[in-house]
Design a protein around this ligand. Structure first.
Ligand code: F6P
Length: 326
């Protein structure tokens, strides 16, 4: 196994608050251990086009508190082709990069796995996505910040919902995962969460109405996870308008504001620990693993597991939400 002397770092897929803290941690840890660092811009696209710049410690000063990613991000079509990946490999070699650190979600780690298989490049992944849908880590970088952003919005919606005695459907992100929806519903004291994990099992709207919706309340907020499986908040609002016209219904779709903002302390600490752990993993000879934190311990999760295994929703949380919303 050849010694790693120079790492390339990139952020890919949807940005997430805390990615900058992760870039800082990886860069500084690598420099601390005597490695050279190159920042790759716009995710895999920068690897394909050669948008690469050497990073010193000062390049990552004053970014731990910033949302977004200073390296920019993109979803890159070229990297999905063998020709694109070949170009990426050639650029890597030209720049003297001998290992890659990829910060992103499942699409980004899938790209890293494919690349590592084809070119025998050591890759280490950091889970960076607000969706929290990567197996093998309790939390992904950005999830806690997004959750708190949603909560802030829900608290504000509650004021107007209560004043007007309305039923609100609030749509949150998560792609096909219900972590943001379920946990923001619990934290926001909401009446229900409609999540993709149960969309085919039960009619969650029926359940919610059956469970005594509005018995003793003068406002109700239902969080709906965006997903083809749930159909989104508009779908449920339409259904209520048709099936229960007595309710005054409104919809709020939170959209991309959930991805912005300064990362919470939790996300900064998570990103810092994972960034340092990524360099430790490389130096220990680990290859093609995602670093995660499980029960407060750093773990290395093979890419194939992180991507393919499903991270399950804890059914106890569903019960907690239902039992507390009486
Ligand atoms: O994966 C993060 C995420 O914000 C998802 O929750 C959402 O479905 C998607 O990205 C939106 O992607 P885009 O920014 O490309 O619209």
């Amino acid at each position: 196994m050849s010694e790693v002397k120079c790492i390339g770092i990139l952020t890919s897929g949807g940005d997430a608050p805390g990615m900058n803290a992760a870039i800082r941690a990886v860069t500084r840890s690598a420099i601390y251990h005597g490695l050279q660092v190159k920042g790759i811009y716009r995710g895999y696209k920068g690897l394909v086009t050669g948008e690469i710049k050497e990073f010193k410690s000062q390049n990552v000063s004053n970014i731990i508190q910033q949302g977004g990613t200073i390296l920019k991000t993109a979803r890159c079509k070229e990297f999905r082709t063998p020709e694109g990946r070949k170009l990426a490999y050639e650029n890597m070699k030209k720049e003297g990069i001998d290992a890659l650190i990829v910060i992103g979600g499942d699409g980004s780690l899938t790209g890293a796995l494919q690349f590592a298989k084809e070119f025998d490049v050591p890759c280490i992944g950091l889970p960076g996505t607000i969706d929290n849908d990567l197996y093998g880590t309790d939390s992904t970088i950005g999830y806690d910040t997004a959750l708190n952003t949603i909560l802030d919005c829900v608290d504000k919606i509650r004021d107007t919902a209560t004043s007007h005695e309305r039923l609100f459907f609030v749509e949150v992100m998560g792609r096909d995962a219900g972590f943001l929806a379920l946990n923001s519903a619990i934290a926001g004291g909401c009446e229900a969460a409609i999540i993709p994990e149960f969309a085919t099992e039960v009619d969650q709207l029926e359940e919610f109405i059956k469970n005594g919706f509005r018995k003793s309340k003068n406002s109700s907020i239902v969080i709906v996870a965006e997903s083809e499986l749930t159909g989104g908040a508009m779908h449920y609002a339409e259904r209520v308008k048709n099936e229960y016209p007595q309710y005054d219904v409104r919809v709020t779709i939170l959209g991309h504001l959930q991805r912005g903002g300064s990362p919470t302390a939790h996300d900064r600490i998570l990103a810092s620990r994972l960034g340092a752990a990524a360099i430790d993993a490389l130096l220990e000879g680990q290859r093609n693993v995602m670093v995660g934190i499980k029960n407060d311990q750093v773990v290395y999760v093979p890419f194939s597991r992180a991507i393919k295994y499903e991270k399950n929703i804890d059914r106890q949380l569903v019960d907690v939400l239902r039992n507390l919303s009486i």
